[in-house]
Design a binder for this molecule. Structure first.
Ligand SMILES: Nc1ncnc2c1ncn2[C@@H]1O[C@H](COP(=O)(O)OP(=O)(O)OP(=O)(O)O)[C@@H](O)[C@H]1O
Length: 258
């Protein structure tokens, strides 16, 4: 079943188009990575799916137009983690992650035992349990990034939009996060869209990759068909090679000019 569909989506700022004519269909449980050079429009495309920037064309969630959903309905359907989040002052990690439960709270707006259980579980899965009572402002960059992801995972939405989720994470925490996202999509049918700069991770985790350049889709399909050395060299103005690791995983590696 199609969970998320874009039909001719475009977006921009102050009349300047930044993303044009993006169409795609994502089934339940699929994972799309949006890749492309700096300024290509990846974050803008993700924000237009989240309903955070005005967009032309149509975004459909389970066949319903995004614009027809109330804010609360939208927050129960779509979880969005920005690349550079504004973090509220004065909250502990637990308080902050509990904010992710807001769309699920009853009329009195009070969290219950079940919400606290969800939060504790997510903190555990992101290796944050020991930091549960720490003020957010005292966390390191990578710990903060994981807290932001914990908040969006606690929201338990059918669609997860993650802007550069591995930025600032060491290689172990990056892998653990992406494995967790992979588990969620396989177990719960969560539909995932991430932007990614790390092309090796883009080769290994999503089932589909969309390459944007100057706001336009220049390639889309299974990772191995999109991530070719020639295409990446052309669109990133880079020298790269695509290797196959023992076990079959693809690795996109930079190479220096001799
Ligand atoms: N709020 C804004 N107002 C005006 N222009 C913006 C705004 N946000 C982004 N842009 C511009 O839109 C273009 C696309 O930006 P966007 O952040 O979507 O790119 P990106 O592919 O995510 O880049 P990066 O890889 O550097 O994060 C850029 O030229 C950027 O300067």
């Amino acid at each position: 079943m199609t969970r998320l569909e874009l039909r001719g989506v475009g977006a921009g700022y102050r009349g300047r188009p930044v993303v044009s004519d993006v169409s795609l269909e994502l089934p339940e449980g699929s994972w799309l990575a949006i890749i492309g050079p700096n300024g290509a429009g990846k974050s803008t495309l993700l924000k237009s799916v989240a309903g955070l920037v005005p967009a032309t064309g149509e975004v459909l969630l389970g066949g319903r137009a995004l614009g027809s959903l109330s804010q609360r309905e939208r927050a129960r359907e779509i979880g969005y983690a920005p690349q550079i989040p504004a973090l509220p002052e004065g909250l502990t990690v637990t308080d902050y992650v509990l904010l992710g439960r807001t769309p699920h709270l009853g009329p009195l707006g009070r969290e219950g035992h079940a919400d606290l259980v969800v939060v504790a579980e997510v903190l555990g899965r992101l290796d944050l349990s020991a930091l549960a009572d720490r003020p957010l402002r005292t966390l390191s960059g990578g710990e903060r990034q994981r807290a932001v992801l914990a908040r969006v995972l606690a929201q338990q939405t059918g669609v997860l939009l993650l802007d550069e989720p591995t930025t600032g994470l060491d290689i172990g925490h990056a892998q653990a996060l992406l494995e967790l996202v992979d588990t969620l999509r396989r177990a719960d049918g969560t539909t995932v869209v991430t932007t990614l700069h790390d092309l090796t991770l883009a080769a290994q985790y999503p089932d589909r990759v969309l390459l944007l350049d100057s706001g336009r889709v220049v390639a889309s399909g299974p990772p191995a068909s999109v991530l070719t050395a020639d295409r990446l060299s052309e669109h990133y103005a880079a020298r790269v090679t695509v290797l196959t690791a023992p076990g079959g995983d693809q690795v996109v590696a930079p190479i220096r000019t001799p």
